[in-house]
Design a protein. Sequence first.
Length: 174
Amino acid sequence: MKQTTSKKAERWRKKLTGSGVDLDMNPMVDMAFLLLTFFMLTTTLTRPFALELIMPAEEDATADQEKPAIKASRVLVLIPYRSDTVLYYQGLPDTDLKVLHMANAVAAEDFFERFKSSVSDPVVFVKPTDDAPYEIVVTTIDQLNNQELNRYALDQLNEAEVHLIRRYEGTRRS
C-alpha cells in the first residue's frame, strides 16, 4: 500500500519541524546591558537621605584628655520637648527657658539666623527629653544644618536642665 501525502500535510510538517528563521539576539542583549548599566549608575549616584552624625569617643578613651572650655555666651542649648516645641536657653542654665515653635519654619529660621549673627563661632547642644518625639529632634538638627550651624552635639539633660523643665511645666500649668 502506497502512502500518499498531500501538500497540506507537507506544509504542516514543515511548520512543525521549523521554518529556518534565525532570530537575532544581539539587540535584546544590548538592551539588557544598557538597562543594567543605567540602573547600576543611578542607584550608586542617588544620595542617601540618612542624617549624618559624628558621635564622640567613649568616655574612657578621652578621660585623660582635657576638655576644651567654651564660653557660655557662645552656647545655645536646645531641648526638643513635645510635638513641635523646642525649649532653649543661651549660656548657663540659670535663666528661664524660652519656647521656640518649630512648626513655624519662618520664625525658627529667623531665630537661628539672629543667633548665628550675634555670636561668633556658636556651639549648639541638642538635649532631647525622654518623651520628645524623634521627629522634633530630626527637625531641630535639620534646621541647624540648613542654617549652617555645624558645631552641634547631641547630649543628655543634666540636673539643672531637668529642674528648669520642671519649673517651666509648673509655670505653664498655673
